[in-house]
Design a protein around this ligand. Structure first.
Ligand code: TRP
Length: 333
């Protein structure tokens, strides 16, 4: 049985780009009976800033995945901080993590480069150890559950490769213990344009929240950037954010029909209405469930706790074995 694991860092509210790019394919894949899936909220990866924002986002993201159809009976769905063995393993992994490896981390290097761009600044100014050690915590997330496949965005590929290096070093020093993980990058998976035509991203403030209510969704779709062509003039689908978003939701037949409409000169107003209706049709049932779960945080909490129990049934005995390997042992039996 293949073990697939992925973490979601609870920062912000999911948008439709996260939905088509990550949530929907992951939920679909988790239905495959030959795959054993672990999904978790990486809350220890998200802390350090606004505390209420981390807590709120944890609930929003958990509710979103459940609302979209993640079946917590079939997969292991948990919150990282409910599995303390992960943090114990993080420290143990520090003993086989070269400082030079972490020096090469993209996020750390970017922070140093920013400091170096300012004369007279210490290269490490304002950089906290959690940024530096982020890949070690992520390695513990992955190695604890013997995941062989780790679906991630391109920006996380290096971290999975580091987890592999760390596992290899541990196995070499202490004997075969960890499975070497591989990153899985969804090459064919759509990255959606946002309202301004650039990649949809919280940092560009151009997102359409996944569970915006019907009115807000319509308003946002009306804001998607177009050119100044008039109704009746032929339009190019390959240069249209509206088309790219539509295609990510639609079937092949629907997409072909829209291409024909572009050729026939559909007006931007009409296309926006069509797009709004298509997104709303897909999202509306999940939106109702999302709203119900957001109003019942106790239900989400109970599901996450039950998920952590399943995760700990694996992590507790495995950590005991790992501790023994490194010499953390009871003095007598
Ligand atoms: N670092 C990932 C991100 O920012 C989230 C994450 C944490 C993760 N631990 C993980 C992803 C383990 C995959 C496996 O998106």
């Amino acid at each position: 049985m293949e073990i697939v694991l992925t973490g979601i860092k609870p920062t912000g509210t999911p948008h439709i780009g996260n939905y088509v790019g990550a949530i929907k394919p992951a939920v679909a894949a988790s239905g495959n009976p030959r795959i054993h899936s672990y999904f978790f909220l990486a809350d220890y990866h998200a802390i350090g800033g606004d505390a209420d924002a981390v807590a709120r986002s944890t609930l929003e993201i958990a509710a979103s995945w459940l609302a979209v159809g993640l079946n917590p009976e079939r997969v292991v769905f948990y919150r990282q901080s409910d599995v303390p063995e992960i943090l114990e393993l993080t420290w143990i992994l520090h003993t086989v993590t070269a400082k030079g490896l972490l020096n090469r981390g993209h996020a750390y290097k970017a922070a140093v480069a920013e400091n170096e761009a300012t004369t007279g600044r210490d290269p490490d100014q304002g950089i906290m150890m959690n940024l530096y050690s982020y890949p070690v915590l992520m390695a513990a997330d992955i190695l604890m559950f013997k995941a062989s496949k780790v679906p991630v965005g391109r920006d996380q590929k290096q971290h999975v490769e580091m987890a592999r290096d760390i596992a290899q070093r541990f196995n070499h020093n202490f004997g075969e213990t960890f499975v070497l993980p591989e990153p899985v990058i969804g090459e064919h998976i759509a990255t959606l344009p946002g309202l301004d035509g650039r990649k949809m991203s919280k940092s560009y403030a151009n997102v359409i929240p996944l569970f915006a209510d019907e009115k807000a969704l319509r308003k946002l779709v009306m804001k998607v950037k177009t050119n100044s062509l008039e109704p009746g003039q032929q339009k190019d689908p390959n240069d249209s954010a509206l088309y790219d978003i539509y295609r990510a939701f639609a079937t092949e037949e629907e997409t072909a029909a829209i291409r024909a409409s572009y050729a026939a000169g559909i007006g931007w107003g009409e296309m926006k209405q069509t797009l709004f209706e298509r997104i709303d049709r897909e999202i509306a049932p999940a939106r109702a469930e999302y709203q119900r779960l957001m109003a019942a945080p106790g239900e989400v909490e109970a599901l996450l706790r039950a998920g952590a129990d399943k995760a700990r049934a694996v992590s507790k005995p495995f950590l005991a074995e790992i501790r023994d390997r490194v010499g953390v042992r009871p003095l007598a039996r």
